[in-house]
Design a protein around this ligand. Structure first.
Ligand SMILES: NC(=O)c1ccc[n+]([C@@H]2O[C@H](COP(=O)([O-])OP(=O)(O)OC[C@H]3O[C@@H](n4cnc5c(N)ncnc54)[C@H](OP(=O)(O)O)[C@@H]3O)[C@@H](O)[C@H]2O)c1
Length: 288
């Protein structure tokens, strides 16, 4: 399987995103606890050594499932979490960008994942932070706190998420980030400038929503007629075409598709050998 460096570890380019494991709207316990555990174990069996999570998935639920399924963790497993958000008691997503909130979020991840350091922590930004009381913190101050946490050994590598190209440039210069996690897929290529910036700097680009997400109202790669037609022609599923297209798009792309289904997991982990011809790529570009 192809690899790309995530900090000092060469991870398989097909990883796993844990956001679909908690209940509906990423809130509360899973619909099927046994299947959630089985999905995590199977992902690792099939070669995933990069699992993306967050304390605020559930909250706590995704991290606790990961710990239940995989602890003690394989030596080469990179657990990538993120800080900068929290949930209220009804599940609403709220920013949590103040330095002391970033620090306590890292501590919460260490506790729930039962580790003494985290392989990667992404600083997740919110485009409209300034409109939320107490959340007007400069990017530089947030990055300083992340660098302190790295100096203390609680974080091995820093990443950034939901960031503009200019914010990524600042994070590269100030904090030596190893990855960027932004929304990107066959159907949403609006972040190409950031992908290319990461390519130039040799750092990983980790698209979230690679299949268009589970959230209603966002175009789904699996429902796109052009993607479905290419999939039928080459004898794979539409999801596999969307993921293979990403692998093909740039060598520094690391996949973290999210699923709560063993069947979908098996499909997603099996895309490295799918060859898209120039004709397939040309057709898929028309799907955008
Ligand atoms: N940094 C951030 O702010 C941020 C934001 C969002 C997500 N993320 C991370 O990125 C990861 C990926 O994003 P995502 O999970 O939101 O969206 P996604 O991977 O684009 O899509 C997930 C949706 O696709 C379905 N799916 C997965 N595999 C499938 C397949 N083979 N065939 C058909 N449907 C399939 C899932 O349903 P089933 O469960 O039924 O398979 C789910 O509804 C997340 O898990 C999370 O770790 C990060």
């Amino acid at each position: 399987m192809n690899t790309f460096p995530l900090g000092s570890v060469d991870v398989n380019r097909i990883g796993f995103g844990a956001m679909q494991l908690p209940g509906q709207r990423v809130f509360g316990p899973p619909r099927n606890h046994e299947e959630a555990i089985a999905v995590l174990r199977r992902a690792v069996e099939l070669g995933a050594n990069h699992i993306d999570t967050a304390q605020f998935y559930g909250p706590e639920v995704a991290n606790e499932l990961i710990r239940e399924a995989l602890y003690p963790y394989p030596d080469d497993l990179v657990l990538a979490s993120k800080v900068g958000a929290t949930r209220d008691e009804k599940g609403a997503w709220l920013p949590a960008q103040r330095p002391e909130q970033l620090r306590s979020a890292v501590e919460d991840n260490l506790r729930t994942l039962h580790v003494d350091h985290l392989g990667v922590v992404n600083l997740r930004l919110h485009p409209d932070d300034d409109s939320v009381p107490d959340q007007s913190v400069s990017l530089e101050d947030q990055l300083s706190e992340m660098v302190s946490l790295r100096n203390e050994g609680k974080i091995t590598n820093i990443g950034i998420s939901t960031a503009s190209t200019a914010q990524v440039e600042t994070a590269i210069a100030q904090a030596g980030i190893v990855c960027v996690q932004n929304a990107f897929s066959l159907l949403d290529q609006s972040d190409i400038a950031t992908l290319e910036l990461c390519q130039q700097h040799g750092i990983a680009y980790v698209p979230y929503f690679p299949l268009g997400s589970a959230f209603p109202g966002m175009p789904k790669v699996t429902e796109n007629a052009t993607v479905q037609a290419v999939a039928a022609r080459i004898g794979v599923t539409a999801a596999q075409v969307g993921l293979a297209w990403l692998l093909n798009r740039s060598d520094n792309i690391l996949l973290i598709p999210g699923t709560s289904s063993l069947k979908h997991l098996e499909e997603n982990m099996n895309v490295a050998d799918i060859l898209l011809s120039p004709e397939d790529i040309a057709d898929l570009n028309k799907a955008v």
